[in-house]
Design a protein around this ligand. Sequence first.
Ligand SMILES: Nc1ncnc2c1ncn2[C@@H]1O[C@H](COP(=O)(O)OP(=O)(O)O)[C@@H](O)[C@H]1O
Ligand SMILES: [Mg+2]
Length: 299
Amino acid sequence: MSGLNVKVRDLVKIHHTGKIEVQALRGLNLDISSGELVSIIGPSGSGKSTLLNIIGGLDKATAGIVTVGEKAVTSLSVRQLVDYRRKMVGHIFQNLNLIPTLTAQENIEFSMVASGVKRNVRKQRVQELLNVVGLDARAHHKPEELSGGEQQRIAIASALANDAPILLADEPTGELDTANARLIAEHLVRINRELGKTIIMVTHDPSVARVSTRILRIEDGVIKTALAPSEAIGQEKAVSYVDQIKARIMEINTQITQLDSDFRTEKIDGDEYVQKRLSLKQIRDSLKEECSRMGVIPP
Ligand SMILES: Nc1ncnc2c1ncn2[C@@H]1O[C@H](COP(=O)(O)OP(=O)(O)O)[C@@H](O)[C@H]1O
Ligand SMILES: [Mg+2]
């Protein structure tokens, strides 16, 4: 199934540990279009994992609404959530969550067993997925016989096993070296483009974030900024926040002009044109709003 859009409205999450309360999300709003690959960055403890876990149905919101496609995830019962997790989301975590005693192939198949997928369908799907992550030759290896990067590719294949429209990745390259991190990022890009999955990825790695269509910065439980992937995160401090936003608005203006011209010259079809233009316009509107909030006239 190709992607679905994700809408988050006024999301609040308070974690309780004994008598201590931690407000992890403070009225967070977010719109992700179907088929986007979005990166979420932000300091440790800013609420990134909490957000992904609520979108993925692993954690309950304290208040607010999360909608995936037509489904209001935050209104689902415990039983409905089980079904939602199986069919609608694939999870990729930082700590490689493969079962050590199973082979690569069995690990991928495992996630389909629980959902009651028939044996012959499972076998065929495993083959396809090994192919998607380029690891056909490693089908019978156990996790410990695979490199960290290969293990994470198997974890990606497992997350794709149920053909869920949404992939959620929490620091998927957190334990990998630069070369493997880049390779994982490339696989996610390909899955996003070729299978049309909506991917939301939390990462602290600028070279990984850069592959996404949009980078969102979360701070203290709310989205603070939308950055262009071309803007190196490491350079953020050198350029003022306002200047970054202005530059991004101008960049979007150029992209829209180019898009209009591509459509006129029939380089892209109507559907793609409308979708891309709407999404660019949405980003530009939110950046302009941000300018106004800071008392700056947008370019
Ligand atoms: N299960 C939990 N119980 C209590 N506090 C939690 C729990 N999960 C997260 N928190 C707290 O919520 C805040 C946000 O955490 P988290 O979403 O994990 O941030 P991030 O992924 O951005 O590092 C932190 O202060 C963290 O300590
Ligand atoms: Mg986290």
